[in-house]
Design a protein around this ligand. Structure first.
Ligand code: COA
Length: 389
C-alpha cells in the first residue's frame, strides 16, 4: 500500500533526488551534484511515495510565477522530478502522487515538461505551448544595418551575480514566461561551468542593461563551429535585434541553433530568409489549470460573441461547471453549454496555441460555436517559456 508524504529534511531530499535520478537512469547524485541541487528543494513542496519505509516515487514543485494572455502574472507551480522506481511502475504510484500534489497546491496553475506525451493528460495537463528549434546558416546570414546599442562579454562570476538581477529587472513579458527561482539559477550556473566555452554577453541600450545572451560554441571541423544559444532575454526589440546581430556575426561560426517561440521573427532579420531553417517543433509547456475560475478570470479574451463552456475535471471536481466566456470576462452560469471540454484540453487551449476547432476536428471534444471559442481564446503572441526545469 503506497503512502504519500510531504518531505521536510535534507537527508530525505537527497534520497528523493536519488530515486528520481534512478527513474531517469542517471544514478545517484554525487556530493558535488547534490550541493548544486540542494537549494532547489523547498520544504512543503516535495512529495514522495513510500512503501513502508522505502521511498518508491517522487515529485516536487518550484514556487514560481506565470504570465497569462493579457499580461497578468499569477503564482505558478513548476512541477518537476517526477519518477517512480522501476520495480513499482504501473501500480498507481504516480497517480497517488499527482492526486496529492494537485489537491494541496497553493498555486492556481501548474506547468511541467513531459518526458513522454501520454503520461500527463489523465492528470489534467494539456499541451499548451510548443517551441521551434531553428538552425541558421551563419556564413550566409547577412543583416543590413548596425547595432543600435553595445554588447559586453562577462566573466563567469560577474554573469552569475548579474543575470538573476537583470532577468528580474527585465520582467516577464510574454504569455508562458515564468519567474526563475534561486535553485534554478544554481543549476544554470553549474551547467555553465560544466559546459565547454560557455559565454555570456549583456546588451546595453539607452537606459542601461536591457538584455543578455548565453551560448556555447563547439567545434564542427577545422575552423568550423556551431553556436548553441541557451538563453536569449531582451527587454526591447532593439536589444533582441542586437543580440542576434552579435551571434550571427561571430567569426568562425558556421551554424547557430536556438529554441525559439513559434512566432519568433528571426527569419525576417536576414536578407535571405532561407538562412533560418526549422529543424524541429516540439512540446514545451504542459499546463494544468488547478483553479479554473481563477485562471479563466486572470486572462483577457478576444472579440466574439459569448460562449458557454462546460468544464469536466475528474481530479479536482470543484472546477466542474459551466462558464460563460465573453470579451469582458468570465462568470459561472447555469445556461446550456455550447461545448464540453475536459480540463486538460481547456489547458491546451488556454494560451491559444491549440484551438477548440482543432480538437473538435480530431474528435477530442464536441460542441458548437467553435469559431467563437477560438476567437475568444486567441492570443496575439505565441506562448513561450524559455526556462527549462
Ligand atoms: C512515468 C512514470 C512516473 C509513471 O509512473 P507509474 O507509477 O507507473 O504511473 P501509474 O501507475 O500511476 O500510471 C497511471 C496511468 O498512466 C499510464 N502511464 C504511466 N506512465 C506511462 C507512460 N510512460 N506511457 C504511457 N502510459 C503511461 C499507466 O499505464 C496508467 O494507465 P491506466 O490508469 O489506464 O492503467 C514512471 O513510469 C517513471 O518514473 N518513468 C521514468 C521517469 C519519467 O519519465 N518521469 C517523468 C518525467 S517528466
Amino acid at each position: 500500500m503506497t503512502e504519500i508524504r510531504v518531505l521536510t529534511d535534507e537527508a530525505q531530499f537527497r534520497t528523493h533526488n536519488g530515486v528520481f535520478r534512478r527513474a531517469m537512469h542517471w544514478g545517484p547524485p554525487t556530493d558535488e551534484q547534490w550541493e548544486v541541487t540542494k537549494p532547489s528543494y523547498e520544504p512543503g513542496r516535495v512529495h514522495a511515495a513510500f512503501d513502508g519505509d522505502e521511498m518508491v516515487g517522487t515529485t516536487q514543485t518550484f514556487g514560481s510565477s506565470l504570465v497569462v494572455p493579457g499580461g497578468t502574472v499569477v503564482p505558478h507551480a513548476a512541477v518537476s522530478r517526477v519518477g517512480v522506481r522501476a520495480d513499482y511502475t504501473r501500480r498507481g504510484v504516480l497517480t497517488a502522487l499527482m492526486r496529492e500534489q494537485l489537491s494541496t497546491l497553493p498555486d492556481p496553475v501548474a506547468t511541467l515538461r513531459a518526458s513522454e506525451g501520454r503520461i500527463y493528460g489523465r492528470f489534467g495537463y494539456g499541451l499548451a505551448g510548443r517551441v521551434r528549434l531553428v538552425e541558421i546558416d551563419a556564413r550566409k546570414a547577412v543583416v543590413p544595418g548596425d547595432m543600435t546599442g553595445r554588447v559586453r562579454m562577462l566573466d563567469q562570476d560577474t554573469a552569475d551575480k548579474l543575470l538573476p538581477e537583470l532577468h528580474n529587472a527585465i520582467g516577464l513579458t510574454r504569455p508562458g514566461h515564468i519567474g526563475r527561482w534561486a535553485g534554478w539559477w544554481a543549476r544554470a550556473r553549474d551547467r555553465k561551468s560544466d559546459a565547454e566555452n560557455s559565454v555570456t554577453v549583456v546588451h546595453t541600450g539607452p537606459d542601461g542593461d536591457d538584455g543578455f545572451l548565453t551560448y556555447v560554441v563547439k567545434t564542427e571541423g577545422e575552423f568550423k563551429h556551431r553556436l548553441s544559444i541557451h538563453d536569449l532575454v531582451a527587454a526591447t526589440p532593439e536589444a533582441w535585434r542586437d543580440l542576434w546581430l552579435y551571434a550571427s556575426r561571430l567569426d568562425l561560426v558556421d551554424h547557430i541553433e536556438c529554441e525559439v517561440p513559434l512566432d519568433e521573427p528571426v527569419t525576417w532579420l536576414f536578407e535571405d530568409p532561407r538562412v533560418v531553417y526549422t529543424k524541429d517543433v516540439f512540446d514545451e509547456i504542459w499546463l494544468r489549470l488547478v483553479d479554473v475560475p481563477r485562471m479563466l478570470a486572470a486572462r483577457t479574451y478576444g472579440h466574439a460573441d459569448p460562449v458557454v463552456i462546460e468544464v469536466r475535471d475528474k481530479l479536482l471536481p470543484a472546477n466542474d461547471g459551466r462558464y460563460r466566456v465573453t470579451p469582458d470576462g468570465v462568470e459561472r452560469t447555469d445556461d446550456a453549454a455550447d461545448l464540453t471540454v475536459p480540463v486538460d484540453l481547456l489547458g491546451a487551449c488556454y494560451f491559444g496555441d491549440t484551438t477548440f476547432s482543432q480538437l473538435a476536428a480530431t474528435g477530442w471534444l464536441t460542441g458548437n460555436r467553435l469559431d467563437a471559442a477560438d476567437a475568444l481564446f486567441a492570443s496575439a503572441r505565441a506562448p513561450y517559456c524559455g526556462t527549462f526545469f
